[in-house]
Design a protein around this ligand. Sequence first.
Ligand code: FAD
Length: 388
Amino acid sequence: MTTASPTIDVADYILVGGGLQNALILLALAARKPAASILLLEREATLGGNHLWSFQARDVPDSAWEWMEPLVEYCWAGYQLNFAASSRWVAGAYRSLSSEHLAQIVAQTVENKTNIQIMTHAAVTRCDPQRVTLADGRIFQGRLIIDARGPDQNASRRGGGYQKFVGLECQLRQPITMNAPLLMDTRCPQYDGFRFHYVLPFAPDRVLIEDTYFSNNPTLDVDTISVNIIAEAGRLGLAVERVLRSEVGVLPMPALSTFHPRNEGVLHAGYAGGWFNPGTGYSLAAAVRLAEHLSTVALEDVYGKAWRQLVRKMRIQSHFLAFLNLMMFGLFHDKQRAKLMERFYLVSDDVIHRFFAMDSTALDMWKIMWVGAPWTPKGRSKRATAPQ
Ligand SMILES: Cc1cc2nc3c(=O)[nH]c(=O)nc-3n(C[C@H](O)[C@H](O)[C@H](O)COP(=O)(O)OP(=O)(O)OC[C@H]3O[C@@H](n4cnc5c(N)ncnc54)[C@H](O)[C@@H]3O)c2cc1C
C-alpha cells in the first residue's frame, strides 16, 4: 500500500491526512469514480489513528451504503440510556468501526489499483490550491487538494465546552448477556460537568467502557480515570479481567460554529474544516456527506450548486448545534446539565437520529429547545419509555 514516491504526475485528488475523513473520501471516490487518480498522504505509519468510531441510524444517507457497507464492523438494533430518574431505549441501528478495520478496508480497496496511491510517513507542511509540499521538500501537483489533517489543525477556540473521555476495551472475567450499547448511564457520581458511562458490547466477554464528561474544561487525568473505570465497572455488571486497548478523546463542543468552508482553492475537510457535529463532537455523519458530495460531482463542479446547497444546510445545522452548546455550557451546570441531558432524550427516536445526523428540521429544533427549556413541565420526564 505504501509507496516511497508516487508515480502519478498530476493527481485528480490529493488527500492530505489519512484519517477518517479522507479514508471515507477515498472509498467513495474509488466506488463512484474508478478512473480518478488519487494520492493520499499520511504523516504516520498507518491510516486511521487509534479510534473506535460509532454512528447512528441516519448518519449515513441511503445513497452512501453502496461504499459504506464494508466499513461496518459492529451493528446493534438500538441503544439504552439510564438516567437518575428514567431510562430509555432508542430504536435504530447503532454501528461502530475501528481504525484497524478502516485501514484494512482502504488497503483492500486500493489493492492492484495503479490510479490510487497511498504514501505513509509523508508529513505535509503546506497545502496550496493545486500543490502540496512535504516536510522533506517534495512537491506534488493535484487538481483538487483536500486538507483533512485532523482536530489538531482546528486550533480556533470558540467557547463552549468539551466532550472528553477515556475508553478502555476490556476482556471480561465472566461473559455478559448485554446485547446492545449502553449509550449513557448517568447513575454514577457526578463531577466535572455532566458525567456518564458508555458501554459497547463487542462480544459476551469483550466490551468498551468509556467514562465521559461534558465539561467546561479540557483537562483529563487519564490514569485516575482508567483506574476508576475498572473500579466502577462492577456497578454496570462488568468484571474486568484485563485491558486490551485504550483511547482518549477531548472533543471541542464549540459555542460558535467553526464551519466556514470556502468556495475555491484547497478544500478544508474533516474535523479541521468544521465538518463535525458541534453538539456531539462526532464527525462521521458530516464526513460521509462530504465524501458523497465529492464522489458525485465532476471535479470542475466541486464548488458548484450542489456544494452551495450542502454548505448552506450544514451551516444551519452547525450554528444550531453550537447554539445549544452556548446554552448548555453557559447556563446549565452540575445537576442542571444532567437534567438537561435526560430531558433531551424525551424527544422521539426520529428527532434524536436527525440531531446526530445533522439533519434536524425546524420542528425538531423547536422540540429540542422545548424539552431543554427550564420552564418545561417537570412531569414530562415520565414520558421516557421503559428499557426493553
Ligand atoms: C478517541 C476518539 C473517538 C472518537 N469517536 C468518534 C465516534 O465514535 N464517532 C464519530 O463520529 N466521531 C468520533 N470522534 C471524533 C472524530 O470523528 C474523529 O476525531 C475523526 O477521526 C476526525 O476525522 P478527521 O479525518 O478529520 O481527522 P483524523 O481522523 O484525526 O485524521 C487526521 C489525519 O491527518 C494526519 N496528519 C496530521 N497532520 C499531518 C501532516 N502534517 N501531514 C500528513 N498527515 C497529517 C494524522 O496523522 C491523521 O491520520 C472521536 C475522536 C476521538 C479522538
